[in-house]
Write a protein that binds this ligand. Structure first.
Ligand SMILES: [Zn+2]
Length: 72
């Protein structure tokens, strides 16, 4: 019983810290292009386009930041 309560409190605390972090740092580096914003061609050397995952911005909105409405 007590252990479950502690776990719940810990989870709530973690969620608060996470959301605070998302409010200050709403973006993370795009894992697809690693911040470059470019999608490099594997067939034609030197050819690249805008990364499709982040639309060339090189960053992705964090899930918590979207929850806070920081993506507008
Ligand atoms: Zn990207």
């Amino acid at each position: 019983m007590e252990a479950a309560l502690l776990l719940l409190l810990g989870g709530g605390l973690w969620a608060i810290v996470y959301l605070l972090s998302c409010a200050i740092h709403p973006y993370k580096i795009c894992p697809a292009c690693k911040k470059s914003g470019q999608s490099n061609s594997t067939t034609f050397k030197g050819a690249f386009g805008a990364c499709r995952r982040c639309k060339g911005t090189g960053r992705r909105i964090r899930a918590g930041a979207r929850l806070l409405g920081r993506d507008k």
